[in-house]
Design a protein around this ligand. Structure first.
Ligand code: MCA
Ligand code: AMP
Length: 505
């Protein structure tokens, strides 16, 4: 039965003798062995009662077994919902309540904390650990390894990826098979991936970058992945000689440049270094070229749209720009106030239309209408300008968003937690320069009269409520927040006043 995403990405593995995954210890998993893992995981999903259109939420470590669950979700026609492993149970509770998955997979150490959450929403909970074991794996091992694939069309949904808005509440971006497939095809062509490529894969697989860009490109082109549980500099340097390509966030590249072993000799054989998810400083681009002779290829995307633009493979990869729209994708710059299209070289809102653009936010039609125009253009909330040569540069954000090491952090979500702390009258959260993560979270607190906030107590309280990467890396206490005549907090003034707060010693 047809299932375009499965047929394109996973079916070709069945008869592939070459490795699809290479693990840090040198063990390899061939295409056919991985196909059998997917078949058994699909059997386990069915044994849990998962049917086409059901959601399967996973908060599990990056392992071959975890990737097989994704393939299995596609095979059974489920909607895959990966969650950041750093989320606290209280954060996970929201996603489970909103998406009402049939099945949740969690780390064995989290099962006790997750049990009341899944019980409340009638979801089944099973374990899959960082070593690949757990009761879900046991169930999968008991399944036959012949594959049964559910009938799907390109318009069926394949995944929900949650992304927050200015309100601080996350929205499930609904991605169809065609959204994912069209983008993977465009990227393989553009970046010239082939079966000879070996991608050093250190990104998490719960976001678009690691799952839909890196993994899909490798699967579609027949490339292999050196599949690492996370970014560890020594491991990256040790395994670089086996690879042809890297995809990473800018923090990967600043970490590489911080190590003298990362030099021209180590990278001489490499074909391609790609960066995205956050702005790559022109300085990093130039330092990288001086050190290695390679020009990083920077591209731009969003959870709602997959990849939108890319610097060219053959032409000039221009530092500080994100290149041209992908084939089949339209980009225009509009006046944020009126929506009118602006001429080249004028700065405005980046809007995007094409087969890559998502189907809307799960059960939030009014939010969908606010951001996705009737004519199909999606308003990214990023501000950009197209130069005379057609290169797009991102010059700012209209949305109140912090991007730290490639993770998106919504100030409102943190402000709500801070405002509820004893001694805090009000708070403002801003992103300020951070040497390693590009931007870091800074909290500005206004004390209640006669009752100053205790920062240590606040830090301790936040630990149980917010993922580690969202917790402020610095605190400032001041008498009041700067406001404009409308009463709106002037975050620019705070960003300027405390610009060096996370960079100086
Ligand atoms: C770790 N920490 C962070 C971050 N990562 N803090 C802020 N921002 C972060 N991104 C915290 C840790 O909790 C720890 O805190 C301390 O910083 C040092 O941790 P370390 O072990 O050095 O960090 P790491 O585990 O090596 O992680 C850094 C990382 C990781 C490898 C850059 O953040 C990462 O994989 N980022 C990629 C995110 C990504 O895939 N984004 C794509 C989204 P403490 O020591 O205090 O406990 S998709 C997307 O944006 C769109 C679609 C697109 O265009 O791609
Ligand atoms: P997400 O919501 O996780 O999908 O993150 C998407 C956001 O990441 C975009 O709206 C941009 O603000 C930012 N982004 C992605 N790639 C780049 C890039 N190459 N340069 C600057 N910002 C980027």
């Amino acid at each position: 039965m047809p299932n375009p995403l499965f047929d394109t990405l996973f079916a070709p593995l069945e008869n592939r003798a070459t490795p699809v995954l290479i693990l840090p210890d040198g063990t390899t998993i061939s295409g056919s062995a991985f196909f059998a893992m997917i078949a058994r995981a699909a059997g386990a999903l069915r044994a849990c009662g998962v049917e086409p259109g059901d959601r399967v939420a996973v908060q599990i470590a990056k392992t071959p077994e975890a990737l097989a669950v994704y393939g299995a979700a596609v095979a059974v026609g489920a909607i895959f919902l990966p969650l950041n492993t750093a989320y606290t149970p209280s954060e996970v509770a929201y996603f489970v309540g909103n998406a009402t998955p049939k099945l949740v997979l969690g780390d064995p150490a989290q099962i006790d904390a997750l049990t009341p959450i899944t019980a409340r929403h009638g979801a089944r909970l099973m374990a899959l650990g960082a070593d690949g074991t757990g009761d879900f794996t046991d169930l999968a091992k008991a399944q036959p390894d012949d594959m049964t694939v559910a009938n799907r069309t390109e318009d069926d949904l394949a995944a929900f990826l949650y992304t927050s808005g200015t309100t601080g509440r996350s929205k499930g971006a609904m991605l169809s098979q065609l959204n994912l497939l069209s983008n993977a095809r465009a990227l393989v062509d553009l970046w010239r991936f082939t079966a000879d490529d070996v991608l050093l894969h250190a990104l998490p697989i719960f976001h678009t970058h690691g799952l839909f860009v890196a993994t899909h490109v490798a699967l579609l082109s027949g490339a292999s992945m050196v599949f690492l549980p996370g970014f560890d500099l020594d491991t990256m340097i040790r395994l670089m000689p086996q690879a042809t390509s890297v995809m990473g966030v800018p923090t990967f590249y600043t970490r590489f440049l911080g190590d003298p072993r990362f030099n021209r000799d180590l990278t001489a054989h490499m074909r391609l270094f790609i960066s995205g998810s956050a702005p790559l400083l022109a300085e990093t681009h130039l330092d990288f070229e001086a050190r290695t002779g390679h020009r990083i290829l920077e591209r731009y995307g969003m959870t709602e749209t997959n990849m939108i633009t890319s610097n060219p493979y053959d032409g000039e990869r221009r530092a500080g720009t994100v290149g041209f729209p992908l084939p089949g994708v339209e980009v225009k710059i509009t006046d944020p106030a009126t929506g009118a299209t602006l001429p080249r070289r004028e700065t405005g809102m980046i809007e995007v239309r094409g087969p890559n653009v998502f189907q809307g936010y799960w059960q939030m039609p009014e939010k969908t209408r606010e951001e996705l125009r009737e004519n199909g253009y999606f308003q990214t909330g990023d501000l950009g300008v197209v130069d005379a040569g057609g290169y797009l540069s991102i010059v700012g954000r209209q949305k109140d968003l912090i991007i730290s090491g490639g993770y998106n952090i919504y100030p409102k979500e943190i402000e709500l937690v801070l405002d509820a702390q004893p001694g805090v009258l009000e708070s403002a959260v801003v992103g300020v320069p951070h040497p390693e993560f590009g931007e870091g979270v800074l909290a500005v607190l206004v004390p209640r009269e006669g009752q100053g906030p205790d920062v240590n107590a606040i830090e301790a309280a936040l630990k149980t409520q917010l993922a580690r990467f969202k917790q402020p890396k610095g605190y400032v206490i001041r008498d009041s927040l700067p406001r404009n005549t409308m009463g709106k907090v002037q975050k620019n003034a705070l960003r300027e006043a405390y610009a060096d707060r996370l960079t100086k010693g």
